[in-house]
Design a protein around this ligand. Sequence first.
Ligand SMILES: [Zn+2]
Length: 124
Amino acid sequence: MTVQRLSEEWFTRCQERSLSMRRCDKCDVNTFVLRQYCSLCLGELRWCPASDSGEIFTLSLVGKSEATGAGLPAPYVVAYVKIDGALFLTNVRYSTQYPHIGDQVTLDWVVLEDRVVPLFVLST
Ligand SMILES: [Zn+2]
């Protein structure tokens, strides 16, 4: 299966507001990297649902940009969120409290043009 087919499948799952990841049952590893085979043991990866919450592993504040972050105007936060042992590159929406490494976040969705895209918000 090509990366393009895996990407199409991932976005189809997002349309259903289901955050999915790839799992290797042979070595018990999860990843958000869209590939057919495990990079550790070459076992075949399968789709599995990801948790709807995670922890900020690292983050960066984009203070000025012509591009938006998942529809969020600058300033916005780009972060790696640790979910089920895997890192997911995403945006974190916040209001007054700036996010920090280690903060708990919860999955949310935003519609951008014709696609439903995941992002995360600070857990309360
Ligand atoms: Zn493996």
